[in-house]
Design a protein around this ligand. Structure first.
Ligand code: PMP
Length: 338
């Protein structure tokens, strides 16, 4: 029995991805992070950031946790905050899916939508959340903290201490590679540290969407972004504190045209309904499998549940506005007479 929802965070299963494994001759395994109570990998960050603040004496009962987030971290923080008696104030760019905003409101987060502007703009959601936290720390009776997921390494540590250990135990140490996209870098760098500690030869790969700058940084040494992606929660333009002193063994740049068909096939053929970042992750795992050759075991992250993107990724009209391929089944009308 779990004492609270918090005990249900982590210890997610590893699911063999059938088509990706068969196509490459490798075992490609997905860590089912969509099975966390907040339905994403970010529940872990939420939990470790809050626990770290508690241990440092920064959070008082009834205190406020402020964060700028594409949504999933806000959901993870709010699930944990509610269970522990804190409030959350969440700043989200207005471009993020309606479903994530709705989930945040249902969970009881106090939601502030801001226009999506680049990080260097002082009105970027991350910077707005930092300023708001400072203000609320002065005005709220029980104080406030800034979760600061990008530069708070409690995020990365959570993955080193849980995700990496779980992957190691679940594969019995038979893991040759790990691949993931980056939002904050907590998952990729945190798992990399935990796996390399146990087996230095394990290969770590970055899968970067278009519009992110890390691929060019790790291949040419310059932060340079080109193109765009409809994926949410990933696509970093700077070296966050979570990425400091990290460098991948391989870097792949994955266009949406390669990633999205993987997501669509997974629903239809394997019953796995997942978000767009998971498509980037699995495309990266397939590319790493091709680099390493058959017979290897490669783990990646099934980052969040697909119903979170019904109005975008799983909406043919939306895909057409972005000139992205629409799978046939998405347009089909049911043929069963009633
Ligand atoms: N996928 C999704 C759907 C996410 O919300 C996030 C986090 N923003 C990530 C991947 C990336 O995780 P991380 O922040 O640990 O790099």
């Amino acid at each position: 029995m779990y004492r609270s929802v918090i005990d249900a965070i982590g210890n997610t299963p590893l699911i063999r991805l059938k088509r990706a494994s068969e196509e490459t001759g490798c075992e490609i395994l997905g860590k089912a992070e969509f099975m966390n109570p907040g339905q994403s990998v970010k529940d872990r960050a939420g939990l470790f950031i809050i626990r770290d603040a508690e241990e440092k004496g920064l959070l008082r009962p009834g205190g406020v946790i402020v964060e700028g987030t594409a949504g999933n971290t806000g959901i993870g923080l709010t699930v944990v905050a509610k269970a522990l008696g804190y409030r959350t104030v969440i700043v989200i760019p207005d471009t993020q899916s309606q479903e994530k905003k709705d989930a945040l409101r249902v969970l009881g987060a106090e939601l502030i939508e801001v226009p999506a502007v680049p990080y260097k703009n002082p009105n970027n959601y991350v910077k707005v959340s930092g300023r708001l936290a400072e203000q609320l720390a002065r005005t709220e009776p029980n104080g406030a903290i800034w979760a600061n997921q990008f530069d708070n390494i409690a995020n990365r540590d959570g993955h080193t201490r849980t995700t990496a250990r779980e992957i190691w135990e679940q594969t019995g140490g038979k893991v040759d590679g790990f691949v993931s996209a980056v939002g904050t870098g907590g998952t990729l760098a945190g798992v990399a540290i935990g796996l390399k500690d146990r087996k230095s030869g394990v290969k770590i790969a970055l899968a970067d969407p278009l519009g992110a700058a890390l691929y060019s940084f790790y291949t040419e040494g310059v932060l340079k972004a080109e193109g765009s992606s409809i994926t949410e929660g990933i696509g970093q333009g700077r070296i966050t504190a979570n990425l400091e002193s990290f460098s991948p063994d391989f870097s792949f740049q994955v266009p949406d045209e390669e990633a999205l068909p993987i997501v669509f096939d997974l629903v239809q053929e394997e019953g796995l309904c997942l978000g767009g970042s998971t498509g980037i992750n699995i495309a990266g795992a397939i590319r790493l499998a091709r680099e390493l050759g058959p017979g290897h075991t490669i783990v990646t992250i099934l980052a969040d549940y697909g119903t979170r993107y019904q109005s975008k990724l799983f909406n043919p009209e939306f895909l057409r506005t972005k000139n992205l391929p629409v799978p046939e089944w998405m347009d089909a009308t049911p043929q069963i007479p009633v």
